[in-house]
Write a protein of this length. Structure first.
Length: 609
C-alpha cells in the first residue's frame, strides 16, 4: 500500500528508507528530523503508531526550541493522547510555541481562552491571539476574528470588519470561511446589499471541498428559487449530497422533497423514512412531520397513538404547533383517552408562544367549561387575543358571547354584528349565518329580509344546514315548494333536526310531494329523536298551530315543557301564550330575564292593565 508524504505517493520501502535517513539525521542532532520521526510515531504513517515514542521525540526537539514540537506536545496533553488530558500542561507547551510566532499555536491558545478550557473565559485575550495568527495569514484565525467582530465579543460589533476578515480566510481556501462568506453575501452582512450570485459562488467552492452545510445551503438556494423543475432537481441533488455527509437539516429537506414531489417523484413512504431517521436524532421539525404522517396515514398506516408520541417529542422541545396538536388530541380523546387537564396545559404552552389556534382553544375550554369552570369573561380575554391576530373562529365566538350577554357587561347586538362581519369576511359560515339571523330579526341592525336572504344564501351554499332552512322560510318556501323540499333534503343528509321536521310538514300538507300523514309522522319522530331543544320546540309549535301531523294543545304542551327545563326562550314564551291565565305571567318573566323582546312587551302590557 502506498503512503502519501507531503503529497507525494511513496511505496512502503520508500517510506522505510525515508524514516531510516531521518533517524540517522536525528542521531546527529537534526531537530527537524527528530520532530519528523515523532510525527510518524504520532500518526502511524511511516512507523508503527506509538504515542510514548512520539512524546519522547517531541520533548527532545522541544527542549531545543523546536516550536512545532512544542505545539504537538501541547496537542498530546490537550487531547489526552498518550497522557491523561491536562489543559494546564497543554497551555504551557502551546504558549511556548505561540510566543515563537507559531500560528497554529497562537490559534489554539485563542480557542482555549475563547471556550475557557482550563482557564477562565477571556474573549479579549482570545481576540489578541487570533489576531496574531491572522496577521500571518492563518485562515482559521482570520475566520475566528471575523466571527468575533460579527458577534461583538471582546470588540464592538463591526459587520464590515467581520466581512473583510472572513473574505481573507476564504481567499486562503478555507472551506468553512468560504461557507461563512457565502452566508454573509446571502444575508447582506457587512456589505451594502444582498448578493445571491456571489453567495452561490462561495457556497459552491465550499461544497466542492465537501462542506456539508454549504451543500445544504446550495440546495436551499435552488429550492427557494423554484422557478422550474430543474431548480428542484438541483436542490434535491445537493440535499442528498449533504445528507450523505450526515447533515441532519438536509435529511429533513430530502423528506420534504419526497413529501411534496419536488425534484423527485412524490413518495410518502420515503418521506416518512427520512423524517423517522431525523426524528430519532432529535430533530424537532422531523418529529412534527413524522407525527403528521401518522395522523394522516401518509406513507404509513394511520395511527393516532403513534402520532401523539411524536407530537409529544416535538412539543417537549418547544414546538408550538406540536404543543397545540397534543392538546387537541387529548381534548378530543384521539390516540389517547380524553384528558381536559393535560389538554389545557399544552394549549397554554402553545398560547404563551402566541400560537393563535391555541389562544382560541384555551378560550373555548373556558367558554364551554371543558375540564375547567365555565368562565365567559376569561374566555373572552383569550378569544380577543386570537381575534387580534385575525382568527375567524375567535371573532365568531366573541360575537356569540355578545349575542348571549355572557362575559360582557350586557348583551350588545351592534357589537356582535361587528365581530360576525369580521369572521364572515374570512369565510366563516357560522358568522355568515348569524349575520342573516340579525338582519332577519332586526338585532343590532335595521330589519331586512333582503339582507338576511343574502347572508343565508352565502352560508347555505357552503352547506350550513340552519342557513338552508332559514332560506327556505324567507325565500324559497313561499315561492317554490319543490325547490324547498330539495334544500330540506340536502340539510337532512347532515341529520339536521329542523329540516327533518320541515320535511314532515311538507308531507302533511302535500307541498311538492303527495300528501301522506303516516310519512309525515315518521319524519317528525326522526326530528324529535335528535334531542335538539330547537326541534323539540318546533314540534310543539307545529302541534299548537296546526302545522303538524296531528293537532292539539295537549300535544303542544307536552313538547313545550321539554325544552323549558333548559331555559329555551321561545318555548317559555309559547307556554305563556297558551297559559294566558294562571301560570302565564311566570313564564313571561322567565323569558324577560333572558332578554326576549316579545315577552318584555307582554309583561309591560300586564303592568299597564
Amino acid at each position: 500500500m502506498a503512503n502519501r508524504t507531503n503529497n507525494i505517493s511513496l511505496t512502503a520501502q520508500e517510506v522505510a528508507a525515508v524514516a531510516e535517513r531521518e533517524l540517522k539525521a536525528a542521531r546527529q542532532g537534526d531537530m527537524d528530523a527528530l520532530f519528523s520521526i515523532g510525527r510518524k510515531y504520532h500518526t502511524g504513517l511511516g512507523l508503527p503508531q506509538n504515542y510514548a515514542k512520539a512524546a519522547q521525540c517531541y520533548t527532545r526537539a522541544a527542549q531545543h526550541g523546536h516550536r512545532a514540537a512544542r505545539y504537538n506536545m501541547g496537542l498530546l496533553y490537550f487531547c489526552g493522547t498518550g497522557f491523561s488530558q491536562d489543559y494546564t500542561k497543554a497551555m504551557e507547551w502551546l504558549l511556548l510555541a505561540a510566543h515563537q510566532e507559531y500560528p497554529d499555536a497562537q490559534h489554539d491558545v485563542g480557542l482555549i481562552f475563547l471556550y475557557g478550557l482550563g482557564v477562565p473565559k477571556d474573549f479579549q485575550k482570545a481576540m489578541q491571539w487570533f489576531l496574531k495568527a491572522a496577521r500571518q495569514r492563518h485562515a482559521l484565525s482570520q475566520l475566528q476574528v471575523g466571527i468575533l467582530f460579527t458577534r461583538g465579543e471582546s470588540v464592538a460589533e463591526d459587520p464590515e470588519k467581520a466581512f473583510r476578515w472572513v473574505f481573507k480566510a476564504a481567499k486562503n481556501g478555507y472551506a468553512e470561511a468560504q461557507y461563512q462568506l457565502g452566508f454573509m453575501y446571502e444575508n447582506g452582512l457587512g456589505i451594502p446589499a444582498v448578493d445571491r450570485t456571489k453567495a452561490q459562488q462561495w457556497y459552491s467552492m465550499a461544497a466542492d471541498k465537501g462542506h456539508s452545510s454549504a451543500m445544504y445551503r446550495l440546495g436551499r438556494f435552488f429550492f427557494r428559487r423554484g422557478g422550474c423543475i430543474e431548480d428542484y432537481v438541483r436542490a434535491m441533488k445537493w440535499f442528498l449530497e449533504a445528507t450523505n455527509q450526515g447533515h441532519l437539516e438536509a435529511l429533513v429537506q430530502v423528506g420534504n422533497c419526497f413529501f411534496k414531489g419536488l425534484g423527485i417523484n412524490q413518495d410518502y413512504s420515503w418521506a416518512k423514512t427520512c423524517y423517522h431517521l431525523a426524528a430519532n436524532q432529535g430533530h424537532v421539525e422531523a418529529q412534527f412531520q413524522l407525527a403528521n404522517c401518522f395522523a394522516k396515514g401518509l406513507g404509513v398506516t394511520q395511527n393516532y397513538a403513534s402520532a401523539l408520541v411524536y407530537y409529544r417529542q416535538a412539543a417537549h422541545q418547544g414546538h408550538f404547533n406540536a404543543q397545540y396538536k397534543v392538546g387537541y388530541l387529548l381534548l378530543n380523546g384521539v390516540g389517547s383517552p380524553k384528558d381536559y387537564h393535560q389538554a389545557m396545559e399544552w394549549f397554554l404552552k402553545a398560547a404563551k408562544q402566541g400560537f393563535v389556534e391555541a389562544l382560541y382553544e384555551v378560550g373555548r375550554m373556558y367558554d364551554d367549561g371543558l375540564g375547567v369552570p365555565t368562565l365567559s369573561a376569561l374566555a373572552m380575554e383569550w378569544y380577543l387575543q386570537a381575534a387580534e391576530k385575525g382568527y375567524p373562529q375567535a371573532q365568531f365566538r366573541i360575537g356569540r358571547l355578545y349575542c348571549l350577554g355572557r362575559g360582557v357587561e350586557e348583551r350588545d347586538y351592534v357589537v356582535s354584528m361587528g365581530w360576525f362581519l369580521k369572521a364572515a369576511g374570512q369565510g366563516h359560515i357560522g358568522a355568515q349565518y348569524r349575520i342573516g339571523v340579525q338582519y332577519q330579526y332586526g338585532l343590532g341592525v335595521e330589519r331586512s329580509d333582503e339582507s338576511a336572504i343574502y347572508w343565508y344564501r352565502i352560508a347555505a351554499e357552503k352547506g350550513h344546514v340552519m342557513a338552508r332552512t332559514s332560506l327556505n322560510k324567507l325565500e324559497i318556501f313561499p315561492k317554490d315548494e319543490a325547490r324547498s323540499m330539495e334544500w330540506f333534503l340536502r340539510a337532512e343528509e347532515q341529520s339536521y333536526a329542523e329540516s327533518l321536521l320541515a320535511i314532515g310538514v311538507m308531507y302533511h300538507d302535500g307541498l311538492s310531494v303527495r300528501e301522506d300523514k303516516l310519512v309525515s309522522m315518521n319524519w317528525t319522530r326522526l326530528a324529535a329523536a335528535k334531542k335538539s331543544l330547537e326541534v323539540v320546540f318546533l314540534v310543539g309549535r307545529s302541534y299548537a298551530y296546526g302545522q303538524g301531523p296531528s293537532w292539539g294543545y295537549k300535544e303542544a304542551l307536552t313538547w313545550y315543557l321539554r325544552p323549558t327545563k333548559d331555559d329555551h326562550v321561545d318555548a317559555q314564551y309559547e307556554l305563556a301564550v297558551m297559559f294566558e291565565e294562571g301560570r302565564a305571567f311566570g313564564w313571561y318573566l322567565k323569558t324577560v330575564e333572558q332578554g326576549d323582546v316579545e315577552s318584555q312587551v307582554e309583561v309591560g302590557q300586564y303592568f299597564r292593565d
